[in-house]
Design a protein around this ligand. Sequence first.
Ligand code: SF4
Length: 385
Amino acid sequence: MQQVCENTALMRTPSSLTPSELKKFRAELLNWFATYQRDLPWRRDSDPYRIWVSEIMLQQTRVAAVIPYFEKFCARFPDVRALAEAEEAEVLRMWSGLGYYSRARNLQAAAQQIVREHGGTFPATEDDIRALRGIGKYTTNAILSIAFGKKHAVVEGNVARVVARLEAIRGDLREGPRWELLQRTADRLLSPEAPGNWNQAMMELGATICTPRSPQCLLCPVANFCRARKLGLQELIPEKRKKRATVGVLLAAAVLVDERSRCILLAPPKNGAGKASAEDIPTLVSKMWHFPTTAVSDDPANDLRRYLKNVVGTTALPSQFVPLRKIRHAVTYRAISLLPFRVEFKKLPRVADARIILLKDFSSVPVSNLTRKVARAALDTPDRA
Ligand code: SF4
């Protein structure tokens, strides 16, 4: 019986608003957006390239963190062709610190696809955009509506939450049929006159007023149209999702350094061990330049020493491994504890494909945040470097 009710609920008419309510609702939200929208650099024009870059950067990343990266990235790669023709290492360097580096790799692969298949002009149809590497339905709809004014409603985390509350849709929003209902509802709510602004207004409402916790209903421009608020359910929608259990990972890394504060970074690993295990080093260093790093157990210094023998070959390792402050870092479901050690050499050993760079200047190579934290720990150690 419960299953029947649930299915019936999911088949309901998208949006409970009458046509005249819908008209008012759209006007209220668009007016609010026109007055209160944040001034964000990707909102200053409707260049599909810039909108695309911003949408990819904003996946899993906060707006405030994205802004400086977006500005630097677009200054260095101002259009599709510049991005397509750049060295991958340079693209990763400009992305360095933003995390989820497959986004940068996919971005460049898609730029090359645009040059190859569309002569460098950003495509304007749903099929062509969707066919680009790393672009799903949400990003396609965002580009189509914001850059090309086409009537495609976006549904991402913020919009899903707003729509679910407006219509008091309960249950796990990410479940297939419920997500489809949210999309159908968003399609009905979409303003046909201003689809780009509409989508941005819905996302803005979710990001600033209708926030995951403690939505500010008193400030909400569309509170009169909200079923969750009428029913007192705004704090209960959406329901919390079950999170994947966190897995602890213990690593040790070696900062091999000489008297001039130059250190060794290993080359980006090509491949992980197939489906990444929790301790897969290539995944944990985002397949970028990194300090020699290995998973360890109860005797980290000795485990690291054993691993380093394979790295430095016949060069003798110093007897002293100086422990630095412990680093904590999270990569998806992994809670990493990393124990860095400073290992000092008069002359740095030769290591195949490695680079020797100044510990305090990583600007010439792309590195992950984990590697940056290790470098900071080495620099923070008193009387060193
Ligand atoms: S009234 Fe409250 S719950 Fe409803 S849309 Fe506005 S902020 Fe969200």
